[in-house]
Design a protein around this ligand. Structure first.
Ligand code: PLP
Length: 395
């Protein structure tokens, strides 16, 4: 084992019991390369972060220019920083009305924390409802809403007054009541293994929240910024939440999170108490400049519009392989179901040998993930699918 790998295992805090240990030297487009020059297809994109591709020159230029102008000046929200303002305005224009006030943070979990607090503050209620098999981040609050006791039991007590209902189960909507401050939902459940909403489910959830006065919070952290086939999944499904959480691709490869609501609701965080949410690094100008450049790039190249066809092409090229049990898909996020975790883990080794980086899902170890940069070309999809089929043949 190389010295760097040994030091990685010694000095980098580990929570994975079996890190993949591939060393990265550089990355470009849909590939990253080891120091020996071996290319890997990146089918994870840092979990839907690198939507505009690795090393995108538009993003790199924006980062360099902003770093030269200024980096960190003051905690968020006190002084006026152009990259934050321009980016917030652009996000507000792309989201449905009345979602026009963006609170920037540094990560997805933080965005979820802010959204949960806002729902409590806005309703004066305490109960929070999450979905089974949902993932929202690893902080205590976000984790409390995450729907999997295997992950949570060791860290209890978590947030009080939290309950979980089943995604896509219409009967469970009755558990949302006038006690409920907010309901947190991924419009497409990512870590459950790409579970798309049943016909009419998000509409029924919206209606129930409106009926009882609970805030509907969409976690678009994994699905946002083109992955679903629209810039935002709430636009794709035609359902407008009260609060949206964004992160991952929001920063164009830099760390950035945000929760978004209408202006009046967000303004509640300015009083009773004042400074209802504070952050030092949230909305870092370099991250906002990167995110803005990435969102402009997504729009200029219609990458959200292409995500559906590209996802469908991947699906078509793999669906008839005898080892593939089913493919679940939304836009360019695919879960290729193999039927057993043993098959998945055997395939993972074959992938690494072949130069493919993929993984399974937190709540679904029997499927592998296809979530490449949205910039992937049709030719790259064909080549990558052929490589995947060769690995599947050896299973
Ligand atoms: N929400 C969803 C749907 C996610 O997929 C993730 C991360 O994978 C998060 C929230 C947490 O984001 P972060 O890791 O930036 O805290």
């Amino acid at each position: 084992m190389s010295i760097l790998r040994k030091q990685f295992l010694q000095h980098i805090g580990q929570t994975s019991p079996a890190p993949q240990l591939i060393e990265v030297a550089r990355a470009e487009g849909v590939f990253f390369y080891t120091p020996e020059g071996k290319p890997y297809y990146d089918l994870i994109s840092g979990v839907s972060v690198s939507n505009v591709g690795h090393g995108n020159p538009a993003v790199v230029d924006a980062v360099c220019a902003q770093a030269r102008d200024y980096m960190h000046i003051m905690v968020y929200g006190e002084v006026v920083e152009r990259p934050q303002v321009e980016y917030a305005r652009k996000i507000a224009e792309a989201l449905p009305a009345p979602l026009d006030s963006v609170y920037f943070l540094s990560s997805g979990a933080e965005a979820v924390e802010g959204a949960l607090k806002l729902a409590k503050r806005a309703t004066g209620r305490t109960e929070l409802i999450g979905m089974r098999n949902a993932y929202h981040g690893s902080t205590h609050g976000a984790m409390s809403l995450m729907g999997g006791e295997d992950w949570n039991y060791a860290f209890r007590p978590l947030l009080p007054d939290v309950r979980h209902i089943r995604f896509n189960n219409f009967d469970d909507l009755q558990h949302i009541t006038t006690r409920t401050a907010g309901v947190l939902v991924e419009p497409v459940q990512g870590e459950a293994g790409v579970v798309v909403p049943a016909e009419g489910y998000l509409e029924a959830l919206r209606a129930r929240c409106t009926e009882v006065g609970a805030k509907l919070i969409f976690d678009e952290i994994q699905m946002g910024f083109g992955r679903s086939g629209e810039m935002f999944a709430c636009v794709k499904f035609g359902v407008t939440p009260d609060i949206v959480c964004l992160a991952k691709a929001l920063g164009g490869g830099m760390p950035l999170g945000a929760f978004v609501s209408d202006h009046d609701t967000m303004n509640l965080l300015t009083h009773n108490p004042v400074l209802g949410h504070i952050t030092t690094f949230g909305g870092h100008p370099v991250c906002c400049a990167a995110g803005l450049a990435a969102m402009n790039y997504l729009e200029e190249h219609n990458l959200a519009g292409q995500a559906e066809q590209k996802g469908a092409l991947f699906e078509r090229l793999l669906a008839d392989h005898p080892k593939v049990v089913e493919i679940r898909r939304c836009g360019l996020l695919l879960a290729v179901e193999l039927g057993s975790s043993e098959a998945y883990f055997r395939l993972l080794d074959l992938f690494i040998e072949a130069g493919i980086l993929s993984d399974c899902f937190l709540f679904c170890e029997s499927a592998f993930r296809i979530s490449p940069p949205l910039t992937i070309s049709e030719q790259e999809i064909e080549e990558c699918a052929a490589l995947i089929r060769t690995c599947l043949d050896k299973l």
